[in-house]
Design a protein around this ligand. Structure first.
Ligand code: AGP
Length: 611
């Protein structure tokens, strides 16, 4: 995610902003920038692709003596990492920094261009600058009123800080679906995406809610709703140290990222579908219907957790588009002399975009003349640059080595692609597509429901996984979820966990089962449920300990399981997104219980850049 910060006060604003941006570095970024009032009340902007330290030479002639400034660290979502895409953005005397995704920016951009505005970046953010300038220059109104009017035209997620040369010494902040906090110092005020940005200056914060605005001047702050109603907000005192603050108060990045999944999924969906028509914005995949309609086979290639996503994607695409899909582990793919061709699409799934095995497989496919699409989380990464087409997940930086929010957003991307291809192939009707998209739009809230059950899941995890080995079993599209759950337990708690198709137990692995041996079943009430129940009974008859993850309302599961975890019902093709969340939490809690370094597990790297 991007990071924003604004400061007004007695200290040198540029120094405070640069310090604050460095404390937001943990959020991950590819460019940075700062804007500040100069002594003639103009606003100067300094920004660069790269790191915050790269800004210093732009300021070295002298750190300007200024008391009002805003700053930004950019995690690219629209437009590659570059100086012109870096924030702050400006429109004449209006300067702005933004964290979020504007859903209707293309439409607004067209309208503003018709009104004579020239765009200099590829970002969605720039439309906000021009829109605010339009209102500010058209009416004799204060900056906050121009911002209010502009926000009424905006759809999407945003947290912004805005300054205007017409009103030196004022910063306006407003948020919707992206966090924004206000820091209260002694005669100085802060607004930022996250507390670490100003924690070393102030522990007194006000959390803004959606559609709330702060107006900061050197004489104080005013908080109001977007319609201008003044609000009295509670001031919270933060007791965290800076390390805890970077984790948003969570004990580990992994837990924070598990809990970020509703937002990450919502961001990955935003602007990419039209539920009222059942259409998908294919341009987000950079592939055309004419090309896709001729595809006769798809290869999906990846490593680790991303490979598990690929396996789920196979079920989605074959079910919805009726195109055969082969899934390969990247390090195996190019050594089996794969049968690729021009009517084949190669999809590489990679969170980091730097996994050597996946890059090698992707390059091999290109050498064989196959078009390559990358499903990736990092704009500007090698995989995304070398692919012919890219679908960016928007999970934000994933710091924990164990992949969680990247996985669920990969599943979202695969689901959208499967629907789009199903529509092109006339397999999925418009009505079916509308229903599938409405199912997807409910997923962020349903993930929240699962997360709200974390304390119960923690209790089950601690009571059930007391052996140094375990089995994770599932059927159909949920077998790859069993594999993902087993990998999470292995890599976080160092307990050996193995996943198997539930129907395969009787062909050997059931020999492992002894009294209290933990076996986790993915047992949603779907068309394979009865089969799974008979597999559960095979284990129970050998005194295994059964942990069943099932769907709400399926209460008779307690007749067969020692522990039951419930997730909301959903279409079978999106249910895997919900089923994986308890498995992530189980691995996390057991890892913590066993004293493991859950964010940096032994022997592992976040991105495996060697073959
Ligand atoms: C998953 O928790 C692991 N961190 C690992 O398996 C990872 O998924 C794999 O190395 C692939 O990484 P990528 O998605 O960045 O290519």
């Amino acid at each position: 995610m991007c990071g924003i910060i604004g400061y007004i006060g007695k200290s040198n604003a540029v120094t405070v902003i640069l310090d604050g941006l460095k404390r937001l570095e943990y959020r991950g970024y590819d460019s940075a920038g700062i804007a500040f009032f100069t002594d003639n009340n103009r606003i100067a902007v300094r920004r660069c692709k790269g790191k915050i330290n790269d800004l210093y030479p732009m300021l070295m002639q002298q750190i300007p003596q200024t008391h009002t400034a805003i700053g930004h660290t950019r995690w690219a979502t629209h437009g590659r990492p570059s100086e012109e895409n870096a924030h702050p953005h400006r429109s004449n005397g209006i300067v702005l920094v933004h964290n979020g995704i504007i859903e209707n920016y293309l439409q607004l951009k067209k309208e503003l261009e018709k009104e004579g505005y020239n765009f200099t970046s590829e970002t969605d953010t720039e439309v906000m600058c021009h829109l605010i300038h339009k209102y500010s220059s058209s009416y004799d109104i204060p900056l906050e009123e121009a911002v209010r009017r502009a926000m009424k035209d905006i759809r999407g997620a945003y947290a912004i800080a805005v300054m205007s040369e017409k009103e030196p010494g004022k910063i306006v902040g407003v948020r919707r679906d992206s966090p924004l906090v206000v820091g209260l110092g002694d005669g100085e005020f802060f607004v930022a995406s996250d507390i670490p940005a100003f924690l070393s200056y102030s522990r007194d914060v006000i959390f803004l809610n959606d559609d709330e605005m702060v107006v900061m001047t050197d004489s104080g702050i005013t908080i109001s709703t977007l319609d201008g109603t003044t609000l009295q907000k509670d001031v919270m005192s933060i007791s965290w140290n800076s390390s805890m603050a970077e984790k948003g108060g969570y004990r580990h990045f992994m837990l924070k990222e598990i809990f970020e999944q509703p937002r990450a999924i919502a961001d990955t969906i935003t602007g990419r579908l039209h539920p009222e028509t059942g259409e998908i914005n294919l341009e987000e995949f950079h592939l055309t219907p004419d090309y896709l309609k001729d595809i006769k086979k798809i290869f999906i290639v990846a490593c680790g957790t991303s490979w598990h996503a690929a396996m789920v994607g196979k079920y989605m695409i074959e079910e919805l588009a009726r195109v055969p899909v082969e899934v390969d582990i990247a390090s195996e793919f190019r050594y089996r002399n794969p049968l690729l061709g021009s009517k084949t699409l190669f999809i590489a799934i990679t969170q980091s975009g730097e996994t050597a095995d996946t890059l090698a497989a992707q390059r091999h496919a290109k050498q064989l003349g196959t078009k390559v699409m990358s499903i990736c989380n990092v704009i500007g990464s090698t995989a995304s640059r070398e692919a012919d087409a890219v679908f960016y997940t928007r999970s934000g930086p994933e710091i924990g080595v164990a992949s969680t929010k990247a996985f669920t957003t990969q599943l979202v991307g695969l689901f959208l692609f499967a629907i789009a291809l199903g529509r092109i192939n006339n397999v999925v009707s418009k009505e079916q597509a509308k229903k599938l998209l409405s199912e997807l739009l409910m997923i962020p809230d349903k993930v929240e429901t699962v997360l709200s059950n974390d304390s119960e899941i923690e209790k089950i995890a601690k009571e059930s996984f007391k052996k140094d080995s375990s089995l994770y079993l599932g059927r159909g599209i949920n077998y790859p979820i069993a594999m993902e759950g087993a990998l999470k337990l292995k890599e976080i708690s160092y307990i050996h966990a193995e996943a198997y198709p539930a129907g395969e137990m009787k062909h050997g692995p059931i020999a492992l089962v002894e009294e209290d041996f933990p076996v986790l079943f993915l047992a949603p009430k779907d068309r394979l449920y009865e089969k799974v129940i008979s597999n559960i009974q095979e284990i129970r008859s050998r005194s295994g300990k059964i942990i069943a993850v099932t769907t709400e309302g399926n209460t008779n599961i307690t007749d067969f399981s020692d522990y039951s975890i419930y997730v909301p019902e959903a279409d079978p093709l999106v249910l895997p997104i919900l089923l994986v969340v308890p498995l992530q939490l189980i691995a996390y809690h057991i890892g913590v219980l066993r004293g493991c370094d859950v964010d940096q597990p032994r022997n592992l790297a976040k991105s495996v850049t060697v073959e």
